[in-house]
Design a protein around this ligand. Structure first.
Ligand code: UDP
Ligand code: MG
Length: 315
């Protein structure tokens, strides 16, 4: 009867999410049942909660709901971060479903577009990305910084989808290819566009978090953005090179000016100007070294190639 409807798995990374978990589970279970009824998905479809080393009751709750046969649980040994938790879920579950959907457990992303995502998948799109149609719900600061970030990525020629985060459907064959990307510093929304395949977008309005608080405070958000830039673009290094060239020509120009001034007998007292120049060059040098250091640090991490996550238990 359900021969051609596909099995989907929804992967939900959870870090200290006791406040939202049960409510999200109820809503998602209802959603899955309704999709099964519509024959959009098979009755083997499931939810997979990945506990990313939570310190609250998240895992207890996952164990409780995992009695239900639509629920799987993965417990990571400690907190590995959102991106790694997601990959743990995707790679562990990829053989059990035709496609997997990644979704934040706070359900800020609208689960009513799941129908359309699956329809687009059935039409042959192997990656379907959820894209926010506006940022009206964001704080002014988040809106400005996020827009700046996406534009910067485009400017540096990194392939990303504007206003798309990690709400996405991916076919399991695509995940097999994804598995060959071994990088330790993960920035998933940069990797999936690199994979190719037939893709589509669905548009939705992101809601505010109903309970609990964001696990991405400003510091984490900035470091995530910086990771995105340095993992996919060497533009900052090129910028340093260009800056060096500009400085070089500037100093030749200044050199001529100094010679000219001294020939003309204008005595230059100017310790102030030379000090200023010194400071400027020292500053630029330090910044440049810092940027290069960031990349070297990244190489260091990639060379060690430590595991991205450690799974303690699967239920
Ligand atoms: N998350 C995680 N590990 C972390 C941080 C976050 O698994 O170290 C999960 C979190 O539980 C949520 C998702 O990642 O399901 C997105 O986090 P959050 O909603 O706090 O981010 P925001 O929506 O505020 O950007
Ligand atoms: Mg959220």
């Amino acid at each position: 009867m359900l021969t051609n409807s596909k099995t989907i798995g929804i992967v939900l990374p959870c870090y200290n999410e006791e406040a939202v978990l049960l409510n999200s589970f109820n809503l998602l279970q209802e959603k899955i049942y309704s999709l099964i009824k519509l024959k959009l998905i098979s009755d083997k479809s499931f939810l997979c909660f990945v506990d990313d080393g939570s310190k609250d009751k998240t895992w207890d709750l996952i164990q409780k709901i995992a009695d239900n046969n639509t629920v799987r649980g993965i417990k990571l040994s400690t907190n590995f971060g959102h991106q790694n938790a997601l990959v743990a879920g995707l790679l562990t579950m990829k053989s059990e479903a035709d496609c997997l959907i990644s979704l934040d457990v706070d359900l800020q992303d609208d689960i009513d577009v799941l129908d359309e995502m699956i329809r687009l998948y059935n039409k042959g799109n192997l990656i379907v990305s959820g894209v926010r149609d506006n940022r009206d719900n964001d704080t002014f600061f988040k809106k400005i910084t996020a827009q700046f970030f996406y534009k910067l990525m485009i400017f540096m020629k990194v392939k990303t989808i504007y206003n798309h985060a990690d709400f996405r459907l991916v076919d399991s064959r695509v995940l097999t290819e994804f598995e060959r990307f071994n990088e330790v510093s993960l920035f998933l929304r940069g990797i999936f566009p690199l994979l190719g395949f037939q893709t589509a977008n669905v548009y939705y309005t992101r809601k505010n978090r109903e309970a609990g608080e964001t696990k991405y405070p400003l510091r984490k958000m900035l470091s995530f953005a910086w990771n995105g830039i340095t993992s996919f673009s060497t533009a900052p290094l090129k910028l340093i090179f260009s800056l060096g060239i500009v400085m070089f020509f500037m100093s030749i120009f200044i050199g001529f000016w100094v010679v000219f001034a001294s020939i003309n007998g204008q005595v230059i007292k100017g310790w102030a100007s030379s000090l200023l120049l010194n400071l400027l060059f020292a500053g630029i040098n330090m910044i440049s070294l810092g940027v290069i250091g960031e990349y070297i640090g990244k190489i260091y991490q990639e060379v060690k190639h430590r595991p991205r996550y450690i799974i303690e238990k699967v239920i």
